[in-house]
Design a protein around this ligand. Structure first.
Ligand SMILES: CNc1ncnc2c1ncn2[C@@H]1O[C@H](COP(=O)(O)O)[C@@H](O)[C@H]1O
Ligand SMILES: [Zn+2]
Length: 372
């Protein structure tokens, strides 16, 4: 790239970072800071629970296949799934998203039972909620977590994240509870019931995730149907590996959003396009896990050309060493999108959030008032 190209690239990078953004597909344990993971692993090493030298290079490795990701998540869960660590990583993850001007975050996580740590799905979620309450370097907006939104502050500038004055960054956070594909129907039901119980605490939906090579759709269908009957929106990881039967069943279920949508054959692809179901697009994740050959060949291009609703997301910013700003920059630079096109892409994400209309209006104000 020549000097002018470099400068234009740097300008777009800075613009992507400064622009308000919405993140709808981020897994809590995939978003842990590497430094925190290493610190927690070192602690466990000193206590003799793990051998730190055995895990250090696994944590810091950068390229990973999809199956390797799930082995790694099991390691993350050993290292970071006790109540105090869950609280800490939740706080840090929210602060990290706010730092790069994410103004609305739907953070998803799998409630976990772990008898050896005295952990139940409910106590796991309490630790997550404690993490939200502990956020103090940024301000949680219209928060059901104890720090109520100051309505007077939102009158002219709903939550300005442009570094003006001494104002702290503001972020609105909601939670999605994930069902892991290793779980039974009863365990999935338990998660949906917990989500219903925690609606007043900021839980706004259900996600189905986990190793796509494991588990059968029929196992999760009762819990997903139950969530829908109770008015909880559902998002589903779809087509991370080729599985025509399951993709068909997912499209028939018609989730409120879909994640990835990488391996769809032509008729399912047409069906998805006709459905207008919003798609959470994770460029780096799809590329690093070899779900797409390269970013320029990503199905984003096809969907963008027909104005299909899409939201740029990170999936696992910690695991894949990315950030929402970086995903925006990748889209802008690879697909040659202008600032005004990027602004539009960021703005339309508002339509796909699971939070209520009050939050939607707040976000609309932010995007409307943001000069490109
Ligand atoms: C790479 N693509 C992916 N595909 C499917 N599921 C994924 C995923 N990335 C993450 N997860 C799901 O999220 C969990 C970690 O966060 P939580 O412990 O829930 O906070 C993983 O164990 C997996 O179930
Ligand atoms: Zn995911």
């Amino acid at each position: 790239m020549d000097g002018a190209g470099d400068a234009a690239g740097e300008d777009m990078k800075a613009w992507c970072r400064a622009h308000p953004k919405i993140e709808l597909h981020a897994h809590l344990n995939g978003s842990i800071r590497e430094s925190t993971l290493l610190e927690l692993a070192k602690d466990l090493g000193e206590k003799g629970v793990i051998v730190f030298e055995d895990v250090e290079h696994i944590i810091t490795k950068s390229g990973r296949s999809l199956p390797e990701c799930f082995i790694l998540f099991d390691l993350f869960h050993v290292i970071a799934t006790d109540h105090n660590s869950v609280t800490r990583i939740t706080r840090e993850v929210v602060e990290d998203f706010a730092a790069e001007n994410v103004v609305y975050l739907e953070l998803r996580t799998t409630p976990k039972n772990n008898e050896s740590k005295g952990m139940t799905k409910r106590s796991y979620m309490k630790a997550v909620l404690d993490g939200l309450s502990a956020v103090d370097t940024v301000e949680l907006v219209s928060s059901p977590f104890g720090k109520q939104c100051d309505n007077s502050a939102k009158s002219s500038m709903p939550f300005c994240n442009r570094g003006c004055g001494a104002q702290r960054k503001r972020i609105c956070v909601r939670l999605l509870l994930s069902i892991d594909r290793r779980e039974t129907t009863a365990a999935a039901m338990e998660t949906v019931n917990l989500a219903l119980e925690l609606r007043d605490s900021g839980v706004v939906g259900i996600d189905l995730s986990g190793n796509p090579l494991i588990g059968k759709w029929q196992t999760f269908l009762p819990a997903l149907t139950y969530a829908r009957e109770k008015g909880l929106p559902v998002t589903i990881h779809c087509g991370e590996v080729p599985n025509k039967e399951e993709v068909n069943a997912i499209l028939d279920f018609c989730p409120d959003r879909i994640g990835h949508a990488c391996f769809l054959d032509e008729d399912d692809w047409q069906k998805l396009k006709a459905s207008k179901i919003p798609i959470e697009i994770c460029l780096t994740s799809n590329c690093k896990t070899n779900c797409v050959p390269s970013i320029k060949d990503h199905h984003f291009v096809d969907l963008y050309s027909i104005d299909h609703p899409m939201i740029l997301c990170t999936d696992d910013p910690g695991l894949f060493s990315t950030s929402v700003s970086n995903e925006y920059y990748l889209a802008a630079s690879t697909f040659e999108l202008s600032k005004s096109e990027m602004h539009h892409l960021a703005f339309i994400a508002v339509d796909s959030i699971f939070a209520d209309d009050g939050v939607k209006h707040l976000l609309e104000e932010i995007f409307e008032s943001y000069e490109e």
